[in-house]
Write a protein that binds this ligand. Structure first.
Ligand code: SF4
Length: 337
């Protein structure tokens, strides 16, 4: 069998300075963090400037990469603050950014032509023409949607000559991540902070967050009296395993692990698992057949689910005040099919 020509980079989460360092030390080539107010996560998992400086210095010293997520959608009034923030981090040695808004990217590319911009999963780039379009307007790396099959990814790889990133641990949202507005119906408030950043609490796209309202025990009754609940929605978290050799064989550029909300020790374990798996499969694609990987990933999944469930309940509680209890009963959705 021909040896693959290139190993994908492994991108891990940095929900805190400690987590970022742990991810690097466990084998991540890159780590992403969210500067306060600019990423699609709550403040608890975003970081202050002194932490960014420390992690950027560490990454640069080790020949690794820190990516900063600026993947909210800024209003015209927020753009100057956003550009000022990018400039500040650029001076700290950060050259890569995860972004969603094409207007914002256009401005960043004009000022920092050497910057490397990843189109956030929030862009919901779906098809080959969208991949090409985003590349044309200045994005350098495109995230493939979580719903793509290996066949679709193979087709994309053959037709698209830009960099492709794939999420190997993430949530598969039935609504598509960047297009869900469910939480904004439950947290309808916003406030402008001291930097001119407008924070909408129910909208991850506008600097707030997703409260996972889809995961609560709500009920709906559709035409024909058919019932459905939040649990029927195809929204679940996955850890890729069998796909890893395919991603290596296809020459995918980057494999990303989501998880800023998890504990540092769990992130360390997940990153280290994928570091070992990618290295083993790069040497021999059939290495994935060893049952040890299945056993290990099962254990990781159990730990991950326990932490994620607690987090989901806390989010629902914060949003509705009733934890995972029913907070909405949709007694009829007239036009639901
Ligand atoms: S509310 Fe549910 S479907 Fe919407 S972004 Fe959050 S997790 Fe995804």
């Amino acid at each position: 069998m021909i040896k693959p020509s290139k190993k994908p980079s492994l991108l891990g989460p940095g929900g805190s300075g400690e987590m970022a360092m742990a991810a690097f030390d466990a084998g991540a080539d890159m780590v992403y963090m969210g500067p306060r107010g600019w990423s699609r996560r709550t403040r608890a998992y975003e970081v202050e400037d002194d932490v960014i400086k420390r992690v950027a210095d560490y990454a640069n010293k080790k020949g690794k990469v820190l990516k900063l997520a600026f993947n909210t959608l800024p209003s015209s009034g927020e753009l100057p603050a956003g550009l000022k923030a990018i400039e500040k981090y650029w001076k700290m040695g950060v050259k890569q950014f995860i972004m969603t808004d094409p207007g914002f990217v256009n401005q960043v590319k004009k000022r920092f032509p050497e910057s490397i911009i990843t189109a956030s999963v929030g862009c919901s780039v779906m098809n080959i023409e969208e991949f090409r379009f985003y590349k044309e307007i200045g994005f350098d790396v495109m995230v493939a949607p979580c719903e793509m099959t290996i066949g679709e990814i193979e087709d994309l790889r053959q037709k698209f000559d830009g960099e492709i990133e794939i999420l190997i641990h993430a949530n598969r949202d039935y609504t598509y991540l960047g297009r869900c507005i469910m939480s904004s119906y439950f947290k309808f408030k916003h406030s402008i902070d001291d930097r001119g950043k407008d924070n909408f609490f129910g909208s991850p796209n506008r600097g707030g967050l997703c409260y996972r309202v889809c995961k609560s025990s709500w009920n709906g009754i559709c035409r024909g009296n058919r019932k459905f609940t939040g649990k029927d929605l195809g929204n679940y978290c996955y850890l890729s395993l069998r796909e890893i050799p395919d991603y290596i064989r296809l020459g995918i550029d980057c494999l990303k692990i989501q998880g800023r909300e998890y504990s540092t020790s769990l992130v360390r374990e997940i990153v280290s698992f994928y570091r070992e798996l990618i290295d083993a499969c790069f040497d021999d694609l059939s290495a994935v057949d060893d049952p040890i990987w299945e056993e290990r990933i099962l254990q990781l999944g159990i730990k991950r689910d326990s932490q994620r469930d607690k987090r989901t309940n806390a989010l629902l509680d914060e949003c509705t005040g009733r934890g995972e209890q029913i907070f909405a009963r949709l007694d009829s959705i007239e036009n639901f099919r």
